[in-house]
Design a protein around this ligand. Structure first.
Ligand code: NAD
Length: 414
């Protein structure tokens, strides 16, 4: 996965004619931490999980990135995702660097007590490297507001009252209005920009979504609210389709109870992976990485792809899509709504002042539209695809900050 992140970086660096030395400085993480989390499970048996935190770059501010609880979490994943966070925060121009981490556990097989204990162990062993002005975790796959609340509580035991150490917290524990839906809302806003650019309207489009968790469910709801038809959704258990458009509110109720879209009566069932090749105008991968790959890219029918997930498209598949003229709105732009509202939450925590929902929504919308326009401008300037353009913009911004802080000696025009 790290190789994929490096591929996009190098491609943009080639466009910028960036010297080799500078590439190495910008791509190398500044710190990689691995911790062993030993705890007693509910049966009193000693168990181990590994926790990771990779801090990639802090030129533009405190490092920021999610915590993922997943059996596949390892150093390679954390490093690749930390890298993406550096470029993502720069694309939306929030004053953060990039980090990422997680634990190689499967929360679906753990009790709440076990999850709580393991989360707190992770904080105990990383407390020296995280903090409101150094590195601020947030939710990612299989972590949520409740887990973020535990992190704030545990960290505050060591450092004193510190709501700004983590974002995505519960609303009644210094969370922000609108954080829960922020990534999905950002996906909807960039899709709105893409449609405008192509002269299409919401009413014209049929949409398929992979994943119905935080990102997928909110994106589907907000997109359906605009008047588009969301006709197919697949998750880790199965898929459901309805040519007249799925009732997203009813589907949400179903998923709350059953934790999967499988079995929802408001549509027909299908084998989940097929969602990627559904006959639609817009595809939103919002699950895990590598969803669009050499095995299925030639069957993809959508002509707009908005990457709700991180790294859902392999580099080879991306090149084929670009060649075919598919508009791919890349992850570091499309799903940056989450980190943007995380920034708003952090600002509110530092100021001890809460924003109303409307303000969050307006500010998020304007950040996302501005970022889309900035990426689009670079894409036109160099005649390159949106992903390469987003990387060029981000590398330029991170490079300028690093240069201003004299992280390197070369006086290079970025
Ligand atoms: P989540 O845990 O809330 O939901 C994940 C969804 O993916 C679930 O519906 C699950 O069923 C589905 N899924 C898992 N494996 C699948 C498979 N093999 N096939 C089909 N579906 C599968 O996670 P999330 O927070 O919605 O994150 C989804 C993606 O978005 C991740 O790549 C994450 O890094 C990225 N992301 C999340 C945020 C955020 O704010 N939560 C922000 C930016 C990026």
């Amino acid at each position: 996965m790290l190789e994929d992140a490096k591929y996009y970086f190098q491609k943009a660096a080639d466009v910028m004619e960036l010297p080799e030395r500078l590439r190495e400085i910008l791509i190398t993480p500044i710190r990689v931490v691995k911790v062993d989390l030993v705890f007693d499970d509910d049966n009193g048996k000693l168990q181990h999980y590994l926790g990771f935190r990779v801090q990639h770059n802090k030129a533009r501010g405190p490092m920021k990135g999610g915590l993922r609880f997943h059996p596949d979490m390892d150093e390679d994943h954390a490093t690749a995702l930390a890298n993406l966070m550096t470029w993502k925060t720069a694309v939306v121009d929030v004053p953060f660097g990039g980090a990422k981490g997680g634990i190689n556990c499967d929360p679906s097989k753990m009790s709440e007590r076990e999850l709580n204990v393991v989360t707190r162990k992770f904080v105990e062993q990383t407390k020296e490297i995280i903090g409101p002005t150094t590195d601020i975790p947030a939710p990612d796959v299989n972590t949520n507001a409740k887990v973020m609340g535990w992190i704030m509580d545990e960290y505050s035991k060591y450092a004193g009252f510190s709501p700004g150490v983590v974002t995505g917290k519960p609303l009644h524990l210094f969370g922000s209005e609108g954080r829960d839906e922020a990534t999905g809302r950002g996906v909807m806003v960039v899709l709105d920009e893409a449609l405008k650019g192509l002269g299409k309207s919401w009413k014209d489009i049929r949409v398929a979504v992979q994943g119905f968790g935080n990102v997928g469910s909110n994106a589907a709801r907000l997109i359906a609210d605009q008047g588009a038809k969301v006709v197919a959704i697949g998750d880790h258990m199965g898929g459901v389709s309805n040519d007249d458009g799925l009732d997203i509110a009813a589907l949400n109720e179903w998923v709350k109870e059953h934790r999967t879209v499988k079995g929802f009566a408001g549509g027909s069932p299908f084998h989940s992976p097929v969602v990627i090749t559904w006959d639609v105008d817009v595809l939103i991968p919002a699950a895990l990485e590598g969803a669009i790959n050499m095995g299925n890219v030639n069957e993809v029918k959508a002509d707009i792809i908005v990457e709700g997930a991180n790294a859902p498209t392999s580099p080879e598949a991306h090149e084929i899509l670009v060649e075919r003229g598919v508009l791919v709105v890349p992850d570091i732009l499309a799903n940056a709504g989450g980190v943007t509202v995380s920034y708003f939450e952090w600002v509110q925590n530092i100021q001890q002042f809460s924003w109303q929902y409307d303000r969050v929504q307006q500010e998020l919308t304007s950040v996302m539209r501005r970022a889309y326009a900035a990426v689009n401008k670079v894409a036109r300037q160099y005649s390159i695809d949106m992903r390469t353009a987003a990387f060029v913009l981000a590398i330029r911004r991170v490079g300028e900050a690093a240069k201003a802080r004299s992280f390197f000696e070369e006086d290079i025009q970025l």
